[in-house]
Design a protein. Structure first.
Lengths: 116, 114
């Protein structure tokens, strides 16, 4: 069975600090997909990134970067020079290639608060 | 391009009643997935519809049912509401069933059961 763990329930940083959100996953599939979503107070889940299990290249998009390490089953998310608008709940999610439904299994989320 | 929309935004029901939630998928998408998000938790998969057929189901009882229409919009029906059904219900659409097909979410319907 697939499982995603986000051990950090809440993180609070001061604006311009860097912050890393941790994500550890479990799966028996050799092909799987990892995602990060952002949920602002409005409630809508906003897609940030998708990673395939066979692509371990790290990715950078502006102030966001992702570190995927299969050896430790981790897919961590770093925000550089955080801003108040980054305040939200961030979810890591996993989808397995096996099975008929491409369901997402989510972690419990990390509440990030960026203070001015 | 229109994103995923859901209606209504908020809903209050009493225990034992029935509710129908609606979702319009993003233009070009033929797959709709429904998730339940209780307060302070991550979303939980309810079921998925692909081309009007249920394609997979999570650990939810049969009183949770759904439909997908020819235009790929979808409904989630919940019968015999219980207090624990109070949650944010999220609909997500995607183009197909490949793992590379990202699910895009709507704003959700917040259901309160009294």
């Amino acid at each position: 069975a697939q499982k995603v763990t986000q051990a950090q329930t809440e993180i609070s940083v001061v604006e311009k600090e860097d912050v890393t959100l941790d994500c550890v996953y479990e799966t028996r599939d050799t092909t799987y997909y990892l995602f990060w979503y952002k949920q602002p107070p409005s409630g809508e889940l906003v897609f940030l990134i998708r990673r395939n299990s066979f692509d371990e290249q790290n990715e950078i998009s502006g102030r966001y970067s992702w570190n995927f390490q299969k050896s430790t089953s981790s897919f961590n998310f770093t925000i550089t020079a955080s801003q108040v608008v980054d305040s939200a709940v961030y979810f890591c999610a996993l989808s397995e290639a096996g099975g008929s439904a491409r369901q997402l299994t989510f972690g419990s989320g990390t509440q990030l608060t960026v203070l001015p | 391009e229109t994103g995923v929309t859901q209606s209504p935004t908020h809903l209050i029901k009493t225990r034992g009643q029935q509710v129908t939630l609606r979702c319009s998928s993003q233009s070009g998408h033929n797959t709709v997935s429904w998730y339940q998000q209780a307060l302070g938790q991550g979303p939980q998969f309810i079921f998925q519809y692909y081309r009007e057929e249920e394609n997979g189901r999570g650990n939810f009882p049969p009183r949770f049912s759904g439909l997908q229409f020819p235009n790929y919009s979808s409904e989630l029906n919940v019968n015999a509401l219980e207090l624990d059904d109070s949650a944010l219900y999220l609909c997500a659409s995607s183009f197909g069933l490949a793992g590379t097909d990202t699910q895009y979410f709507g704003p959700g319907t917040r259901l309160t059961v009294l």
